[in-house]
Write a protein that binds this ligand. Structure first.
Ligand SMILES: Nc1nc2c(ncn2[C@@H]2O[C@H](COP(=O)(O)OP(=O)(O)OP(=O)(O)O)[C@@H](O)[C@H]2O)c(=O)[nH]1
Length: 315
């Protein structure tokens, strides 16, 4: 997972640490450049090149330009605070700390198993193919494994085959699916599912919705209607972790049009370059509630910054 980012970071630290163990960054700041020894001068150049390379690696790994720039600034600020020679190990641990701070902003405290409302209604939105239906299956399975009662609303009445797909997920997870005919009003499916849950003391309603391009105004207004009618306790935007910076653009448009409470970032098990995790954390300012790490029903995790950092910094 995140192999290319991991390799690039490992290469950066490995190569440099062999070339030179320490960087005297504080001397560098305090001294007049013309008085520097040749050695200090070369360290000075190296230090800047190093920052540039960190920024490049982040951008190549799908971190947006702005976020990569901010991370390097944060890195420099941290280094300025150290009043001793800085080694490449210092830089590595500083980079990890900076990324930890950034990713912690996206950590969610919500414990889905301990919510104080019944039924607790979760609406899943996102464009086609990001993994909404699969994620609903995973969350239904997680809740059911924890002895919760769940019903699914087959709110994608737009795509041929979607009702059947969600019904199969219902069978696999042993979850009841409330469905209407193809082409019917998804808001009314959501409404029926919630009424059904109320009548039977069901704990959770998971509402599927039709994948829609963030630019399709008709489908977006249909989505607003589902939200008005269902009044979800939690709206989750499902984003494909493989699509890099497009995910940010999608999220921004959904935020303006519909708003959502958190993100599910899927497909991180694929050869996703991984930077989308950082960009989403820095730019969307909503928690990453879950990450999808495979196609199976158990392949979902709560987002944990240390899990991500261990993956990209492990050797
Ligand atoms: N590898 C991997 N594949 C995933 C993950 N989540 C979803 N998928 C796959 O992505 C594809 C699309 O997933 P769906 O759940 O059908 O996506 P959707 O958003 O419901 O799509 P629409 O119904 O078209 O709106 C399927 O092949 C899933 O198996 C994940 O975390 N990892």
């Amino acid at each position: 997972m995140f192999d290319s980012l991991k390799k690039k970071l490992a290469g950066l630290f490995k190569k440099e640490s062999k070339d030179d163990e320490n960087l005297n960054i504080n001397d560098k700041v305090n001294e007049n450049i013309s008085n520097k020894s040749e050695n200090q001068e070369s360290l000075f150049i190296k230090r800047d090149e190093f920052d540039e390379r960190v920024q490049e690696i982040l951008i190549e790994s799908d971190v947006s330009f702005e976020s990569a720039e901010r991370i390097v600034e944060m890195l420099k600020n941290r280094e300025k605070k150290l009043s001793r020679k800085i080694s490449y190990d210092d830089i590595k641990s500083n980079l990890r700390s900076v990324l930890y701070d950034v990713l912690s902003q996206a950590k969610s405290d919500l414990d889905l198993l301990n919510v104080d409302k019944k039924p607790y209604v979760i609406l899943f939105i996102g464009i086609n193919g990001t993994g909404k239906t699969t994620t609903i299956g995973k969350i239904a399975s997680y809740l059911k494994n924890n002895n919760k009662k769940v019903v699914i609303a087959a709110g994608d009445t737009f795509r041929a085959g979607a009702i059947e797909q969600i019904s199969i997920i219902g069978e696999k997870t042993g979850t009841e699916v409330i469905k209407h005919d193809f082409g019917s009003d998804p808001a009314s499916v959501a409404y029926d599912a919630i009424e059904h849950a109320r009548a039977r003391r069901i704990d959770y309603v998971l509402i599927d919705s039709a994948g829609r391009m963030q630019t399709n105004k008709n489908l977006l207004s249909e989505m607003k209607k589902i939200k008005r009618v269902a009044r979800p306790d939690l709206t989750l935007l499902v984003l494909d972790g493989m699509i890099g910076n497009d995910a940010i653009e999608q999220a921004k448009t959904f935020m303006n049009e519909i708003n959502f409470d958190g993100v599910v970032l899927t497909k991180l098990d694929t050869d996703a370059r991984g930077g989308a995790v950082i960009s989403v954390a820095m730019e969307i300012k909503k928690p990453i509630m879950f990450v999808g790490v495979g196609q199976g029903l158990n392949d979902i995790m709560r987002f944990d910054p240390d899990w991500y950092l261990d993956k990209i910094f492990s050797s």
